[in-house]
Design a protein around this ligand. Structure first.
Ligand SMILES: [Zn+2]
Length: 142
């Protein structure tokens, strides 16, 4: 069931604040569904992104991590070991599906595929609030 993720604050949240608000909803969902998670990556500097990009460990020259608009979360197993393997229907998939209900701009790395025929995405740990794009999106603030 989609939830109303808009806060009743009477003002429009800046993107970074909105991202944290949406992330709090995601963590609440994780708790309610007994999916143990922890954040292992949030902010990334330009130099860190350049290093990852040149090493082929990131596919973009500029990451939403640099804008404070992405977090990487681990899902843990019953022994509190991080789960690295992403399988269909697992905790990552459940979190990703819920994340995308929160806002049209919520993107989940589990949907990032090298080619359309790939059964699963390559970055299930990644949850981001994409920047507005196109004529329907509100203008970016300076
Ligand atoms: Zn990420």
């Amino acid at each position: 069931m989609p939830i109303d993720s808009r806060p009743a604050l009477g003002w429009e949240m800046p993107d970074r604040t909105r991202f944290l608000f949406l992330m709090s909803r995601l963590l609440q969902f994780a708790e309610e569904n007994k999916i143990p998670v922890a954040c292992f990556y949030f902010y990334r500097t330009e130099a860190e992104q350049r290093t990852l990009f040149l090493a082929g460990k990131s596919e973009v020259a500029h990451s939403t991590h640099q804008d404070w608009l992405a977090k990487d979360l681990f899902v843990f197993d019953e022994d509190w070991e991080p789960i690295w393997e992403h399988t269909a229907g697992d905790g990552y998939s459940r979190l990703g599906a819920f994340w995308k209900t929160l806002d049209p701009r919520c993107r989940w790395g589990g949907d990032f595929r090298h080619k359309p025929s790939d059964p699963l995405g390559w970055d299930p740990y990644h949850f981001e609030l994409a920047k507005p794009r196109g004529p329907l999106a509100p203008p970016l603030r300076a």
